[in-house]
Design a protein around this ligand. Sequence first.
Ligand code: SAM
Length: 300
Amino acid sequence: MNLCNPRVIRELMEEAGIRFRRDLGQNFLVDPAVPEEIADAASVDEDAVILEIGPGIGCLTAALAERYRRVVAVEIDRGLIPVLEKTLAEYENVTVVNGDCMEVDLSALLSAAAGGGVPGVDFPVAVAANLPYYITTPILLKLLESGIRFSRITVMVQKEVADRLAAAPGSKDYGAITAVLGYYGTVERRFTVSPGSFLPPPAVSSAVVSIDLYPEPRFKPLSEKVFFAAVHAAFEQRRKTLVNALSARFSDLGKEKLGEIVVSCGFPADVRGERLGTGEFVALSDALFRAREALTGKAD
Ligand code: SAM
């Protein structure tokens, strides 16, 4: 069955009595080269268990199942489950789960699918997905903050989001998500995909990116909580100087002290947060942590 053929997709959906759901970001791939390329990029290890978010009718799922030990595919749309049972019937190494990827216990699912063990420790795990665009950043943050040691996360996202994920400090696309991503790993832009590669075509262009996660944490802030608070404060008001932006979340320290901290970290007094790379945010957050500790005896 050619799962990238628009006629096949329409027939499968008609048979199941379902329609494309815009609210769930349902734009299915119809260019057969794209799922193959995403699947190729997903992992260097064919023994990996792959988590797929949003299998749709299963074109990427099948390409992943051909290459890797096991695929766990989480699909929120109950109407697609009978379709997936049919399209993936020949693959014994696929587990389809009906659920919201933001709600399910990913670690438990991956462990059960692999027959036990801790994902990322006892067996390699990676993520591959053509993401629903309405929820891209929350999904990426959930994956990164899950504590699961994914070796790589390869996802199709809106092109503008790809630009943001891979942006350099100081550039117009650099934002909180870029600095946060840099905490967990490195981003590689792979290729762009035009709207015509999807059914129905989305209004925007898309791009595939891979995030290679550090096997061991590269940055060790004194407090993760203060690090994330500093990053978010800096970008909540990105037109302001870093000192002014920080004073919203670190008002207890006062502007004068915040100014001293920024300068003591080696930045100009009027620097904006968008100039700081992830490592510099870590240094800043350590200085903030120490200053609070000195002030109150409590740091975060
Ligand atoms: N993988 C298919 C493809 O490439 O053709 C479909 C990709 S489509 C862009 C996104 C898929 O994610 C849809 O099947 C949609 O129903 C599903 N989805 C949307 N929100 C979800 C969520 N919160 N959890 C799991 N799946 C979700």
